[in-house]
Design a protein around this ligand. Structure first.
Ligand code: SF4
Ligand code: SF4
Length: 108
């Protein structure tokens, strides 16, 4: 499971640009997106499987493949959380993901 998690790069959401339309939430086949308490899209980290349906449907283009996201957004808080407590192996995959893609923002 943890090895599978490490395969995916996931997506980054610019919540300041998000207009809360919900299109990404509806398009995600893996229930990996939700609207947060402010109505902004948020990623549930361990659920994403990189099909990038959400990137294609966002009308304001504020969802990025993590590898293509502007560097300054990688340090902004609020755009991802975990759906459950991670096992030690999953935690290791998470740390590797952060290091590989330069994500410095903590999960919510
Ligand atoms: S990349 Fe795919 S699985 Fe991941 S959040 Fe977007 S639509 Fe969902
Ligand atoms: S599709 Fe884009 S604008 Fe609409 S909720 Fe998702 S991230 Fe926000």
């Amino acid at each position: 499971m943890a090895a599978e998690l490490a395969k995916y790069q996931r997506v980054l959401i610019d919540q300041d640009t998000c207009i809360s339309c919900g299109a990404c939430v509806a398009a995600c086949p893996y229930q990996a997106l939700e609207l947060d308490e402010n109505g902004k899209a948020r990623l549930i980290w361990e659920m994403c499987k990189d099909d990038f349906s959400c990137v294609a449907v966002c009308p304001v283009k504020c969802i990025y493949k993590v590898s293509e996201a502007p560097a300054e957004l990688k340090g902004k808080k609020g755009w991802y959380r975990f759906g459950k407590a991670l096992s030690p192996e999953e935690q290791k995959a998470y740390e590797e993901w952060k290091a590989k893609f330069g994500v410095t923002a903590p999960p919510v």
